[in-house]
Ligand binder design. Structure first.
Ligand SMILES: Cc1cc2nc3c(=O)[nH]c(=O)nc-3n(C[C@H](O)[C@H](O)[C@H](O)COP(=O)(O)O)c2cc1C
Ligand SMILES: Nc1ncnc2c1ncn2[C@@H]1O[C@H](COP(=O)(O)OP(=O)(O)O)[C@@H](O)[C@H]1O
Length: 305
């Protein structure tokens, strides 16, 4: 975005927006409404990498969305401009006033800024909404506050969603997200055991090391492959039955028999079925997979009823 500047007057909202959950979506609806009512361009300013990936490297924070996912979801919400600012140490050292002047005013031409009542910004996060209002008087923009009430009404946070995913509670995560949690990755070759037990599994390789992987276990999933919706069941785990030791993500699709090696897939997680187990034989594993398939098909039928 460094090369970007917006000539028309704009209304801006600022945030990390990891997950773009129902709380974020509410803020962005308010932004788009204000933009239409007041004839201003709607702008979302977001940051990548996550500030904690830059400032607290040891925290090893995992994100709900890859930056591509975040971009795609935000872009579907009807914005005029979506700007992803590279978050660097140098950028983090801008004072609050430098940030306001250099970014909001000079680059984004902000006439209005919409932020949550508790938003903090600038070096060491030392400015708040009251400081922003004072800067607004100096630089000619209004500040629209999203009240505590409005934020608490939704009572969602990226932190709660990360926790739900780590615990395997995909239902809660999906409710908070307002869409199905997804994994994007490429299909790679595995050991070739799947086909021999009539459960071929596409091994999904996720290239972003900062993406949250939900708790190990089996899940009902959905994907779109060559414009067709397909359902399946996915396992996240180490395949203890065959003495595996590295974590894999594998999907068996129902009613499907195509070679999809090297394809990029987006897998939506719908429901958790069970924990991963070590079975005494591959035969016992196969019996369990048959049961999992029944469980999955029942869930899918009920969902689509
Ligand atoms: C829905 C599902 C659940 C699975 N659950 C387990 C499990 O609990 N324990 C296990 O050892 N393997 C489990 N597997 C099997 C392995 O993940 C893997 O499919 C199998 O070892 C074949 O690996 P390959 O594709 O590399 O040949 C599951 C597979 C699927 C699709
Ligand atoms: N129903 C299906 N679900 C998943 N993959 C399938 C399916 N039918 C065919 N395939 C293909 O088979 C491959 C998986 O076969 P498998 O024997 O498990 O081999 P590998 O160990 O290489 O994953 C997938 O990557 C895909 O290309």
């Amino acid at each position: 975005m460094e090369k970007y500047s917006i000539n028309q007057p704009s209304v801006v909202t600022i945030g990390t927006f990891d997950g773009v959950h129902i709380g974020h979506q509410k803020i962005i609806k308010q932004l788009v409404n204000t933009s239409k009512l007041e004839g201003l361009k709607s702008v979302v300013l977001t940051f990548f990498p996550h500030p904690r990936m830059v400032l607290q490297k040891e925290s090893n924070i995992k994100l709900i969305n890859t930056i591509n996912e975040r971009y795609t979801i935000l872009n579907s919400l009807g914005l005029d401009f979506l700007l992803i600012k590279t978050f660097t140490k140098e950028f983090s050292r801008l004072s609050a006033e430098e940030f306001v002047k250099q970014i909001l005013v000079d680059k984004l031409n902000a006439k209005k800024v919409i932020i949550g009542y508790d938003h903090r910004f600038g070096r060491n996060r030392n400015a708040d909404i009251n400081n922003l209002k004072v800067f607004g008087e100096t630089y000619g923009f209004a500040v629209e506050e999203i009240a505590a009430q409005d934020i608490d009404d939704v009572s969602v946070s990226s932190t709660k969603i990360r926790k739900a995913l780590i615990e395997g509670d995909i239902t809660t995560a999906n409710n908070y997200l307002g869409y199905n949690f997804m994994l994007n990755g490429t299909v790679t070759k595995g050991k070739g055991l799947g086909k021999t037990i009539n459960f071929p599994t596409a091994n999904i390789l996720i290239s972003e090391d900062y993406k949250i992987i939900p708790k190990q276990g089996s899940y009902v999933v959905k994907s779109v492959i060559e414009n067709t919706t397909v359902y399946g069941m996915m396992n996240i785990g180490v395949n203890p039955t065959v003495n595996g030791n590295t974590q894999t993500i594998e999907v068996h699709f129902f009613n499907f028999n195509n070679d999809i090696y090297n394809k990029n897939l987006q897998i939506e997680l719908l429901k958790r079925i069970r924990d991963e187990q070590k079975f005494e034989s591959v035969e016992a594993l196969t019996q369990q997979l048959k049961k999992d398939k029944e469980t999955s098909l029942q869930f899918i039928a009920a969902q689509n009823a």
